[in-house]
Design a protein around this ligand. Structure first.
Ligand code: ZN
Ligand code: ZN
Length: 366
């Protein structure tokens, strides 16, 4: 594969200021490959980074005016191998997960590399080698990106470029379900919030046997989509008290698990009432403000609660397997496609949910 010296890349200047420019094509180091990007999906976190900075962390600070390229939900083909790489070859189609972690801290050693203790330490004087594409290292709004081999997974020709960009979102949902720790088959779960992670949560939970799978939210069209992805029941919380509805649907018993993807202020309190005693809640969304929680009810009911960040424990690889086998129609979540040059318009569609945009994908010219 012919690799040019320079590539096109979008670079973040001041907040909300992205410019298409030229950068040198990066060189893969040990255990890294260069990926020629074919498609990249836009995530709510990209919008957050471009507007406010965190959770991106570049050279120990805000990502602005540092020649930083955001974008983290991308796929492409291996263009060049760094030293020590023999598990991939040039031309392989790959999806990527975001975090490589430092590989040496306590959490990375346990597979919890999204919670790396050396997050963002990858610059001179603090060189722990942490990598999170589009967060602490350059990401996918560019023609090429370097990736640690640990973050790659092979994808088959039966998966489209657009579907492949969704694998990391499915992986995040999978990690949430992992963190709940159940077998899930035959156990009830409610997923609150039909955003991309919530919808993928429905699809993954259903495909690994959860029953019933309930989805709650405020928008009927999103709930309908949830049904197509595998929800047995949906609840529009504008029309119905969600706790009453869950009890009605489960013979008054409640569900075993909640995957909380709404970030609603009362989500934890409601979750605690929707689960059985001893049930588990996984928090996967960011409430805008600190919330008030009825801790006594959590204690009384022996509730376990876990929060997840991103897509640890190789969950992306397992999600890729479900998508490759077409266990659910991931492409339903992809709503719009734009050319690479039109990234700003693509971001606007995503931010303002124009035309009910869910996952907006930007494609490179082939
Ligand atoms: Zn994302
Ligand atoms: Zn680490």
């Amino acid at each position: 594969m012919e690799i040019p010296k320079m590539m096109k890349a979008w670079v973040l200047g001041d907040p909300m200021e992205l410019t298409l420019t030229e950068k040198p094509v990066p060189e893969p180091g040990r255990n890294e490959v260069l990926v020629k990007i074919d498609a990249v999906a836009i995530c709510a976190t990209d919008l957050e980074i471009i507007e406010n900075g965190p959770p991106a962390l570049i050279q120990g600070g805000l990502p602005f005016n540092k020649n930083f390229t955001p974008g983290h939900e991308y796929m492409g083909r291996v263009a060049k191998l760094g030293p020590g790489v023999d598990s991939y070859k040039v031309g392989d189609r790959v999806a990527v997960e975001i975090h490589a972690g430092c590989g040496q801290c306590e959490n990375c050693r346990k597979g919890e590399y999204t919670a790396c203790l050396n997050y963002g330490l990858n610059y001179e004087g603090h060189d722990k080698g942490h990598r999170a594409n589009g967060f602490t290292t350059d990401g996918g709004f560019a023609e090429y990106a370097v990736n640690n081999v640990n973050t790659l997974c092979h994808i088959g020709d039966n998966v489209t470029d657009e579907e492949a960009t969704l694998i990391v979102t499915a992986g995040t949902a999978m990690y949430g379900l992992d963190s709940l720790g159940g077998l899930l088959a035959g156990q009830g779960i409610i997923i609150s919030g039909p955003g991309p992670i919530g919808l993928m949560g429905v699809a993954v939970a259903k495909s690994i046997g959860a029953n019933p799978v309930i989805l709650s939210g405020t928008r009927d069209n999103r709930l309908e989509l949830g049904k197509k992805l595998g929800a047995d029941y949906t609840i529009n919380v504008r029309n119905e008290n969600v706790v009453d509805a869950v009890k009605r649907l489960t013979n008054g018993e409640g569900v075993n698990y909640v995957l909380e993807c709404s970030g609603a202020p009362n989500a934890i309190n409601e979750s605690a009432q929707m689960i059985k005693r001893g049930g588990k809640i996984c928090l996967a969304a960011f409430p805008k403000k600190p919330v008030e929680v009825d801790v006594a009810s959590l204690v009384r009911n022996n509730v376990s609660m876990v929060a997840i960040r991103g897509e640890g424990k190789s969950a992306v690889h397992r999600a890729a397997s479900l998508i490759t086998e077409h266990r659910f129609e991931a492409s339903l979540i992809h709503t719009h496609t734009f050319d690479f040059e039109d990234l700003l318009e693509a971001l606007r569609y995503s931010r303002e949910r124009i035309d009910d945009a869910i996952k907006v994908v930007v494609k490179m010219p082939k």
